[in-house]
Design a binder for this molecule. Structure first.
Ligand code: DLZ
Length: 206
């Protein structure tokens, strides 16, 4: 069997995220997969030089909520509700409080008190897994269109980190935590690279 030809080619130039500020907005549905994807995204952002204090993480209930949240995060009105990636040092689970209101109502001090540069990119992360109704199709369709609209309307890159999986296994493998011998690949890493590349391009094109 030949190797797959799928997947992104490396960026033409070395990525440098050291001056960038990036938001991750993720849903809480299908938490096992979300946790792995958010962790993969944060780790790869840091590898490109993005400072932990410049990574802001915000959760929303489900994927359907991602477009509005991304739009608000970009316009700045939700910045204070997010946790910085520094919180991830305590584990992703610290971001998944059983009582989301209590988490979002406790702003990270450095986010609340200081003015910040605008976000250079937002990564929207969700995991949709097909069920027995048409729900999946409606949400996939509306969320993908709405996320595209947010990035075109705002001019800020919105990375499409929404898995649209037909089975649990498809979702697990795309988060690098497959149940079989093949663990798969964590797509969060690709989304981080796409965010840094697009943020850098967008600055140049401004
Ligand atoms: C309701 C629902 C269902 C059935 N499945 C998913 C899913 O697989 N992934 C996901 O992110 N969200 C799901 N949701 C929740 C919706 O996205 C949304 O949060 C609710 O319909 C409330 O607007």
């Amino acid at each position: 069997m030949t190797d797959s030809i799928k997947g992104p080619a490396p960026a033409p130039a070395k990525l440098d995220g050291s001056s960038l500020r990036i938001a991750i907005v993720h849903s809480r549905w299908n938490k096992t997969v979300i946790d792995a994807l958010v962790a993969g995204t944060v780790n790869k952002l840091k590898e490109t030089g993005v400072k932990e204090s410049n990574i802001v993480v915000q959760s929303v209930p489900g994927s359907f909520e991602l477009p509005l949240a991304c739009s608000k995060v970009i316009s700045g009105s939700h910045v204070q509700a997010g946790a910085t990636a520094t919180d991830l040092l305590g584990g992703i689970s610290s971001l998944m409080s059983p009582n989301p209101t209590s988490r979002t109502s406790t702003p990270a001090p450095q986010v609340a008190s200081m003015p910040h540069q605008p976000f250079d990119a937002v990564i929207a992360i969700g995991v949709l897994i097909k069920g027995s109704t048409m729900h999946f199709e409606y949400i996939c369709e509306s969320v993908s269109h709405a996320l595209m609209r947010v990035q075109l309307d705002t001019g800020v890159p919105v990375i499409f980190g929404v898995l649209t999986a037909l089975t649990d296994d498809q979702a697990l493998e795309r988060a690098g935590i497959g149940r079989g011998a093949n663990k798969g690949h964590n797509h969060g890493e690709d989304w981080a690279l796409a965010a840094v590349e697009m943020a850098s391009h967008t600055r140049k094109w401004a």
